[in-house]
Design a protein around this ligand. Structure first.
Ligand code: AMP
Length: 284
C-alpha cells in the first residue's frame, strides 16, 4: 500500500492504474477509522480492482472550531487499518496542500442542502461538496462509496456527481451499527462510558418511530421517537424529522407504506458530542 499526500501524485498514481485497465473504488473519510468505514472499503473491493481511501479532516465543513480541534486523528492506526483491509492507496493531504494561499473556488450545492441538517450548520454542505469535488478530481475514481449514516450528504454528493458530469457512480452503503444498535461514528470515542451507554436511546428512538408509523401519522412517529430521547436525562434532543428518501422534503402524511420511500432522521447531543442517525421507516 502506498500513502500519497499531494493531488499531483494522486492523479499520476490513478492514471497509471487506469492505463492498465484497472477500475478504482474510492472511500472518502475524515479518518479515526472504525468498522463502518472498513465495511465501505470491503464494498469498494467487491466493485473495483483498486481501492483508494482518503483521510482528511476538512476544515471547510466544520461550523464549530472546537469540534474541528477535538476531532480524533489517529493517522498511524488508520494507515495500518487500511493496509490490513487491502487498500491500494491512502490519500492523506494536509490542509495547506488542499487549501493553499489564494484558494477561493467553492462548489455550491442546491436545495437538498437547505433542508434537514442545512439550516443549523451553515456552510457545512458547501464544505463537503467542495472537498469531495477536489478529491474526485485528484483520485479520478470509477465508483465513490458513501455511508447512509450521513444520508443527506449521500444524496447531495449523488446529485453533485450527476450535475457536474463526473461519470462517477455513487453507491450508498447501509449504516453499520454496534451490537446494541448505536451507529458507529468517529465521534463515539468522545463519549464517556456513561454517555456511551445512554446513547443507545438514539437508535431506540428510531425503533419506536418505526413501530408508531405502522398505524400512525408522521407526527406520531416523531412523538414516539422524541419521548424515548426525553426519557434519558443526559441526552439533549435537537430534532427528529420524517422525510422523503429521494428529495429530502418533510413528509407530513404517509402515502404508501413501502420500503425505500420515507426515512426518519434525528440529531441528539451528549454534552458537546452531537450524534446523528436515520433509517427507513418502512423497511422489510
Ligand atoms: P466520516 O469519516 O465520518 O466523514 O465518514 C466517511 C464515510 O463513512 C462517509 O461516507 C460516512 O457516511 C461513512 N460512515 C461513517 N460511519 C458509518 C457507519 N456507521 N455506517 C456506514 N457508513 C458510515
Amino acid at each position: 500500500m502506498i500513502t500519497i499526500t499531494t493531488p499531483d501524485e494522486m492523479r499520476a498514481w490513478s492514471m497509471s492504474r487506469k492505463s492498465r485497465g484497472r477500475t478504482i473504488g474510492f472511500v472518502p473519510t475524515m479518518g479515526a477509522l472504525h468498522d463502518g468505514h472498513l465495511r465501505l472499503v470491503a464494498d469498494a473491493t467487491q466493485r473495483c480492482d483498486d481501492v483508494v481511501v482518503s483521510i482528511f479532516v476538512n476544515p471547510l465543513q466544520f461550523n464549530v472550531d472546537t469540534d474541528f480541534d477535538a476531532y480524533p486523528r489517529p493517522i498511524d492506526d488508520d494507515v495500518a487499518a487500511c493496509a490490513s483491509a487491502g487498500v491500494a492507496a491512502v490519500y492523506a493531504p494536509t490542509a495547506a496542500v488542499m487549501y493553499p494561499r489564494g484558494f477561493q473556488t467553492r462548489v455550491v450545492p442546491g436545495a437538498l442542502a437547505d433542508l434537514m441538517e442545512g439550516p443549523g450548520r451553515p456552510g457545512h454542505f458547501e464544505g463537503v461538496t467542495t472537498v469531495v469535488s477536489k478529491l474526485f478530481g485528484a483520485v479520478g475514481p470509477d465508483v465513490g462509496i458513501f455511508g447512509q449514516k450521513d444520508y443527506q450528504q449521500l444524496r447531495i454528493i449523488a446529485r453533485m456527481a450527476a450535475d457536474l458530469d463526473t461519470g462517477i457512480e455513487i453507491v450508498g452503503h447501509p449504516i453499520v451499527r454496534d451490537s446494541d444498535g448505536l451507529a458507529q461514528s468517529s465521534r463515539n470515542v468522545r463519549l464517556t462510558p456513561a454517555q456511551r451507554d445512554a446513547a443507545v436511546v438514539v437508535p431506540r428512538s428510531l425503533d419506536a418511530a418505526v413501530a408508531a408509523a405502522r398505524s400512525g401519522t408522521p407526527a406520531d412517529a416523531v412523538d414516539a421517537a422524541r419521548s424515548v430521547v426525553f426519557a434519558e436525562p443526559s441526552a439533549r434532543w435537537e430534532y427528529t424529522t420524517v422525510f422523503d428518501a429521494d428529495d429530502l422534503t418533510e413528509v407530513t402524511r404517509f402515502g404508501v407504506r413501502s420500503p425505500g420511500r420515507v426515512r426518519i432522521a434525528t440529531a441528539v447531543w451528549f454534552d458537546d458530542v452531537r450524534l446523528i442517525d436515520n433509517r427507513d421507516l418502512f423497511e422489510d
